[in-house]
Ligand binder design. Structure first.
Ligand code: HEM
Length: 443
């Protein structure tokens, strides 16, 4: 840490409405709340219901939290999503380390490369099906696609028939993790409509996990069978509860985020003819027989730019959350122990200090940008997959899936719709405020 915590000044506090703090503004307009917080500083305390919160808005401070001082933070005890609590997303310390080491090999570059064919083949099948239908609800069909890919590659299962049940569960988790903390202080056991919806969604998801486990083998060749094998053979292996939680974690984290990104990409292609034509020109020059391959990826640079721009303008994970284990100093300001810290991609990715005309979707802004950026922009002005030891384990998987799917869909179809100016619903994932319906015309 840069300086002793007891000497640094306490971070300034943004005052919201008494009692509920800033929860009302957040519920009304998260963009507005963070805009206001940014007017107070780059490290700002605020309150939401009973929670003492803080946000870090400068990329250097974000890097400090995620990378340099990572050990001073833990995953917060936030809204109770019991089904995820034993999985990789929410565990901490040695337990997290053991889980991460066990699962990491499934996400090595060579391993992820073996998923490419499934990703492209299923995208081709999906695009052809969409092209034979009237207008399709894009988010729904995109998530059907990403769930199918996840099932085949990581769970060794055909999950198409379970889509509705997984969606119901993902919906329940999203609603619970997106509520503002004022609502979360209602106890779980109260039969409120929200609690009942949560329980019903989770029951359906549990049913899917049950079926997946009943059919799983212990060959260790995919995530599910690896977990099953470890729980049977390894004395330090996961308990049955942990295996279940891990499967739910991957069902949720592994399909909802990529589906949201694909939805926004298709929405933007349908309203930006210039972007769609440039993408199709690239794909027509690179992709043979309407199905992108692993070997095509290096030449699909504009496809990559479209994906980057989607993840900038509509970061599927809207913010990263941490809780301070001890008093910390971020960017010269002190935060007390037990502060719930947000690092909001949805705000930082449109901060005018780092981005010109940030609300405009413009993949050409990445024309000259190298990775890591050599243009003077701080590294953490863009962090769709988080950073440091807890960065997204599925990053390579997701980036490959999005590029292969987009290139394949663009090679086979043209997307059309009449939506414009669709609002962004900032929950734990960043999704369209209305159902985007589009037609896909065979090329
Ligand atoms: C565009 C798609 C995706 C985005 C934007 C995304 C974003 C993120 C972010 C920001 C984190 C860090 C959370 C934190 O630090 O608290 C994360 C973690 C995680 N992601 Fe993703 N993700 C995506 C796709 C995926 C996929 C495809 C999978 C699985 C196949 C996945 C599984 C996970 C898991 C298990 C973690 C927890 C990792 C850990 O703490 O060790 N994600 N993701």
């Amino acid at each position: 840490m840069s300086e002793p915590a007891d000497r640094a000044p306490l971070a300034p506090k943004h005052n919201g409405v008494p009692l509920v703090g800033s929860a009302v503004t957040f519920a009304r307009d998260p963009y507005e709340l963070y805009q206001r917080l940014g007017e107070t500083g780059d490290v700002v305390r605020f309150s939401m219901g009973t929670y003492d919160m803080a946000t870090v808005l400068h990329p250097d401070g974000i890097r400090q939290v995620l990378v340099e001082d990572d050990a001073a933070y833990e995953k917060p005890d936030g809204p109770g999503v019991d089904v995820l609590s034993d999985g990789l997303l929410l565990t901490d310390g040695d337990r997290w380390q053991r889980q991460r080491s066990r699962l990491q090999p499934l996400f090595y570059r060579e391993r992820v490369a073996t998923y490419a064919e499934t990703m492209a083949t299923y995208a081709a099948a999906a695009a052809d099906e969409w092209a034979t239908s009237d207008a399709v609800p894009v988010e729904d069909v995109a998530s059907r696609y990403t769930l199918r890919v996840l099932g085949k590659t990581l769970l060794g299962a055909e999950t198409a028939d379970q889509h509705a049940a997984v969606r119901a569960g993902a919906e329940a988790i999203r609603e619970r993790t997106s509520e503002n903390p004022v609502a979360v202080s209602v106890p779980d056991w109260l039969p409120t409509p929200a609690n009942l919806r949560y329980r019903r969604g989770i029951e359906r998801l549990d049913g899917v996990v049950e079926e997946l486990l009943a059919d799983a083998d212990d060959s260790g060749k995919d995530l599910l069978s690896l977990l099953v094998a470890a729980s049977e053979d390894d004395p330090d292996g996961p308990s049955e509860a942990e295996v279940r939680s891990q499967v739910v974690t991957f069902l949720f984290a592994g399909h909802e985020t990529t589906a949201t990104a694909l939805t926004w990409a298709l929405y933007e292609l349908g309203r930006n003819p210039a972007v769609a034509s440039r993408l199709q020109a690239e794909v027509d020059a690179v992709v043979d027989s309407g199905r992108a391959t692993l070997g095509d990826l290096p030449a699909l640079s504009y496809t990559e730019q479209v994906v980057r721009e989607v993840l900038r303008r509509y970061p599927p994970a809207s913010a990263v959350f941490r809780e301070t284990r001890e008093p910390v100093v971020v960017d010269g300001s002190r935060l007390p122990e037990g502060t719930f810290v947000t690092l909001p991609q949805f705000h930082v990715h449109i901060d005018e200090r780092w981005w010109d005309d940030p609300m405009t979707f413009d993949p050409s802004r990445w024309d000259d940008i190298t990775d890591p950026p050599g243009d003077g922009r701080p590294e953490y002005a863009y962090f769709p997959f988080g950073g440091g030891p807890r960065h997204c384990i599925g990053m390579r998987f997701a980036r490959m899936e999005l590029r292969l799917a987009l290139a394949t869909i663009a090679a086979r179809t043209t997307v059309n719709h009449d939506h414009d100016g669709v609002g962004v619903d900032i929950g734990s994932t960043t999704r369209p405020e209305e159902t985007v319906r589009a037609t896909f015309e065979t090329r």
